[in-house]
Ligand binder design. Sequence first.
Ligand SMILES: [Zn+2]
Length: 147
Amino acid sequence: MAQIAQNWRIEFMRAHPRLFEFMQDEPKDTFGYPLCNEGWQDVLERLCGRIEEALRDNETFEFVRIKQKFGILRVDWEGEVSDRTRARIEEALALAEARSSCTCELCGAEGDKYHATNKVMVPGARHAEGRPMLATGPPEDGQHEDR
Ligand SMILES: [Zn+2]
């Protein structure tokens, strides 16, 4: 179970060798090992794509930390890059953070703040936050007066 859960992280890091110093023996010790759930996988993939595109041949980049904080993706990184590349990386990070804030960290659902899901393990209040349960009453509760 835990093995399966961490698989996407390992594959994700391996797919971006330029951005991770992958630790073969202890993948979890790799800097930037994603400390978030798989719903954000796509957000991270796009982020990496943008960073890889921004990097010039002589520039270096390494994730220091990828995590979830207050429901938003947080990323620390270090590297030797030009101001221009740095600006592009920061822009990519801002986009990823913005997108993470409206993407469910568990299932990757986008747009709506709430959606149907029966997953039990909810980290923090994300799933509960936008729940519409009490906003509108139930359509029918036996209190009809029209007859
Ligand atoms: Zn969800």
